[in-house]
Design a protein around this ligand. Structure first.
Ligand SMILES: Cc1cc2nc3c(=O)[nH]c(=O)nc-3n(C[C@H](O)[C@H](O)[C@H](O)COP(=O)(O)O)c2cc1C
Length: 367
């Protein structure tokens, strides 16, 4: 029904307006336990799907299933419980910035096909204080909360370690893990932070900030899919040397050839492409397999990029990802997406006589 009736209507709205409507509907459902339970009517079998065989660990944190809502869907932490009731094990909130930033002028989020988006939001964030306030209501909630750390656009690069550390300091209490996002394409120069020396400085500052507050949370680095494998190897080296828990691979792509598939006007447009594009999906899966081959079990990989059904989820798990994130597919596939994927993974495990999701991780990384 979603794809036949609801999505064609929603396609008439500005994409960001639709997104805000969906997020705020979930937010208002959090008003009472009863309305939250009603959210489950929108899952595939009208009940949140759960199965102990889907349990996974990243950075030592247990997730009830491998599906996390990726950064960008709930930038301010307003709908964590609602998303959990749709079947996700957690939400990566953010990217969170030190102080409020409106982002780029609208329109800045475009569905270029039913399952594929190009966005140049430019880090819109209400700032860390508002996010902290929003997250306070989830203290005893079973949903895992990751915090994606971003940086205001006018922060000088020399000041970037401090700007990242502020978020870690403020939100350590609320976070199950942190993701350092140095890979968004929409803040000029941000991806330069992926250079080895700068990444190390940011990682140290974030860890020190946590320690000052008496916390120890796993830290992940989120990379761009457009890096050369040499640059990916640099990040793997930094991660291994500096006790990083793992790598989130990856952010949206600025690849002009892939963007141009949706019309020549997108070729040199600003913004990154995400979602169900076969080339983008392959690009991100190949990076996961590369990281897995290089680092094996020493780094936990979170796979992101075009996951939208059981097949695309399994593809990334078998390439080496222990957990997955989805953003664009929540729009493309609708509210049933997490339940369908989790159920499909369990069916696959039963067919293959696999008892534990971990047994599938990395099995195709060499193919
Ligand atoms: C509208 C939108 C906003 C996003 N905002 C962020 C962000 O703030 N921080 C971040 O690390 N990634 C952000 N992303 C990237 C996603 O987290 C994800 O890496 C990318 O969309 C690929 O996943 P997907 O194919 O499931 O959408 C955003 C993506 C979209 C579509």
């Amino acid at each position: 029904m979603y794809k036949e009736i609801v999505r064609p209507i929603l396609n008439k709205f500005d994409s960001e307006t639709f997104h805000e409507l969906a997020r705020e509907s979930l937010h208002f459902a959090e008003l009472s336990p009863l309305t939250l339970k009603l959210v489950e009517l929108f899952t595939d079998k009208h009940k949140r799907f759960t199965d102990p065989r889907l349990r996974t660990h990243i950075g030592g944190v247990e997730f009830e299933n491998p599906l996390i809502v990726g950064a960008g869907w709930d930038k301010a932490g307003r709908a964590v419980a609602g998303l959990w009731h749709l079947g996700f094990a957690g939400v990566e909130v953010g990217s969170v910035l030190e102080y409020p930033q409106p982002g780029n002028p609208k329109p800045r989020l475009h569905m270029v096909s039913n399952g594929t988006a190009i966005n140049w939001l430019g880090f819109n964030s209400p700032g860390v204080d508002v996010v902290k306030h929003n997250l306070s209501k989830y203290k005893s909630h079973p949903a895992r909360i990751g915090i994606s750390i971003g940086m205001n656009k006018d922060v000088a690069h020399d000041d970037s370690p401090r700007a990242h550390a502020v978020i870690a300091e403020e939100l350590s209490e609320d976070a199950d893990y942190f993701a350092i996002n140095i890979s968004s394409p929409n803040t000029p120069g941000l991806r330069k932070l992926q250079e080895k020396g700068r990444t190390i400085d940011i990682v140290h500052a974030v860890k020190e900030a946590m320690e000052r507050g008496g916390f120890s949370r796993p830290v992940f680095i989120k990379i761009a899919p457009d890096l050369t494998y040499e640059a990916v190897d640099d990040i793997i080296g930094v991660a291994l040397e500096h006790s990083i828990a793992g790598i989130i691979a990856s952010n949206s792509t600025i690849n002009t050839g892939i963007k141009a598939k949706y019309g020549d006007k997108w070729r040199n447009s600003q913004g990154g492409l995400s979602g169900d594009d076969v080339d983008y999906r392959k690009m991100t899966t190949d990076i996961i397999a590369h990281i897995y081959r290089q680092a094996g079990d020493k780094l936990d990989i979170v796979g992101v990029g075009g996951v939208h059904d059981t097949e695309s989820a399994l593809e990334k798990i078998m390439a080496g990802a222990k957990a997955l994130q989805l953003v664009t597919a929540i729009r493309g596939e609708g509210s049933t997406v997490a339940g369908k994927i989790n159920r499909g993974i369990v069916e696959f495990m039963e067919k293959e006589k696999v008892d534990n999701l971990n047994e599938l991780v990395g099995v195709s990384s060499n193919s």
